[in-house]
Structures are given as C-alpha cells and as structure tokens.
Write a protein that binds this ligand. Structure first.
Ligand SMILES: C[S@@+](CC[C@H](N)C(=O)[O-])C[C@H]1O[C@@H](n2cnc3c(N)ncnc32)[C@H](O)[C@@H]1O
Length: 254
C-alpha cells in the first residue's frame, strides 16, 4: 500500500531557516551575475527573496521585514568585532523574553495606557470583579487595573521567564494586595473563576482559546481579545480605541 508522507511545518524559526537557506543559495549564484561590487544591496536582495518565499508558508506576515533585514544584520553584527560573549548572551536574553514566540507563536508586545483605561471602564459597573490577563507580559495591565479598582482581584499568568520575573517583582514592590502573578500556562487556567478574561496574544491560538473560553466561562462573564478576532465567531462588540495603534478590543459576552 502506498502511503504519502505529509510534512507540515508551522514553526516560524524552522521556516525562516528554510527560506533564508534557499535565498542564500540563490544569492550565491545571482549576486555575482548582477555584478554588485557593494555587498549590502545583494544582502538586502537575498533577504527580500527569503521574505517572498515566506509568503508561501504559514508564517505570519509580520516576519517579512525581519527576513529582509536578517542577512545584512548578521553580516553587520559579525563585522562589529564585539566581545565573544555578547552574541550568546543576547541569544539567551532573547530566549528568556520571547519564550513563547517560536512554539506558541505569541511574542511579547504590551497593551498601552489607552487599552488599560478602556478595560477599567468595562469593569467600572462590576464590583469585586475577578480579572485574568492570559499571558500578562510585564504585568502592566494587572498593576494598572488593581490600582484603579481596589475592590477587584487581578490575576496574571505568564510562561516567559524574564517577563514573569519582572511582573512578579513589580507586583512585590507595588505593595498591591489584589494582584496575583503566577508562572503558569494560560491553557491550564480554569476560566470559570473569572468575570473578565483578557488576552493579547496573536492569531495563532485564538480558535483554541475561544473554544476553551466558551466551554469554561460562566454566564454573564466577558472574554476580550486585544486586536485578534476569532475566525467564524464574530465578537458581540468591537471597541475601537483612539490610540496610535488603532487598537480594536473584541468583546464576547457569555
Ligand atoms: C502580546 S504579549 C501581551 C502581554 C500583556 N498581556 C499585555 O497586554 O501587555 C503576550 C504574552 O503572552 C505570553 N504567553 C504566550 N503563550 C503563553 C502561555 N501558553 N501561557 C502563559 N503566557 C503565555 C507571552 O510570553 C507574552 O508575554
């Protein structure tokens, strides 16, 4: 019996290595033909080719500028003759911060003050509200809300080691008694405990997360996703914020 082997690669790190390798081989033959004396346009061309190859993969579009600049960035970095420990150190720090970028496809970027204020307004009519930030990053959202809504209880969970340590330290130093920051995966949280569940993640986990929220959240609670919708499940309300990022808060009422 003939069995077909289907290989499905979605990890952006592996896809980037693949695209850059193909582009480097193409560049090896193409750049001498183009007779470029200056190496930089060739390197950017090579990056642009890798970026175009990336379009044919499941990789998110926001990797495109990174792919364009990667070959030139590597050559520039090597030419700096930096101390030998710098690159491994930067690699480890990046790993500890962007822990969830490759596997879970959720990088670190932060909610802004306008978003914090909008979340606070959404909870103003809910005394003793119980709130969770799924992937709380540096803990800014929970800190702000706990300070402005002192009768509420605010939980943040995070699995990237460095952001978790920062969020925990901020919390300890703030002296706020109504915030709890845990080193825990958002997938292990029982969402039935919360009145408002907030997530600012990426398109990748949204379908699964919505299914989890729908299964666990209790009637009268709200699920809010910053920026990312759920295919096939339109939000009950979309709040458009007046900030530079034109943030959209997608709100589902359960
Ligand atoms: C885009 S950031 C948002 C940070 C914060 N919620 C905010 O709005 O400022 C997403 C965060 O989710 C974290 N994250 C991703 N997957 C996670 C998981 N399975 N469990 C806990 N945290 C996770 C990432 O490490 C990252 O810090």
């Amino acid at each position: 019996m003939h069995r077909r082997l289907r290989l499905k690669i979605e990890n952006p790190v592996l896809l980037i290595i693949g695209c850059q390798s193909v582009a480097a081989i193409a560049g090896y033959f193409l750049i001498p033909v183009l007779n470029m004396a200056n190496p930089w346009p060739g390197l950017v061309l090579q990056g642009a080719l890798a970026s175009l190859l990336g379009v044919a993969t499941p990789m998110s579009r926001w990797w495109m500028p990174f792919q364009v600049l990667l070959p030139a960035g590597v050559v520039l970095a090597l030419s700096l003759e930096a101390p030998y420990w710098l690159w491994p150190t930067l690699f480890v720090v990046s790993l500890l911060v962007f822990w969830n970028s490759a596997g879970g496809r959720v990088p670190l970027y932060l909610s802004n003050n306008t978003t914090w204020a909008a979340l606070k307004d959404l909870m103003a009519d809910k005394p003793n509200v119980r709130f969770i930030d799924l992937g709380c990053g540096l803990g800014g959202t929970t800190q702000y809300l706990a300070r402005h809504l002192p009768d509420g209880e605010f939980t943040g969970v995070e699995t990237a080691p460095l952001p978790f340590v920062v969020a925990r330290l901020r919390n300890l130093l703030s002296g706020l008694g109504n915030v709890r920051i845990s080193y825990a995966s958002l997938w292990d949280q029982d969402l039935s405990e919360f009145d408002l569940v907030y997530a600012f993640l990426s398109p990748a986990p949204m379908l699964d997360l919505y299914a989890k929220a729908q299964a666990e959240m209790k009637p009268g609670s709200r699920f809010i996703s910053n920026s990312f919708d759920v295919p096939g499940h339109p939000a009950d309300q979309i709040i458009k914020l007046d900030d530079a990022r034109h943030t959209h808060l997608h709100v589902w009422n359960f």
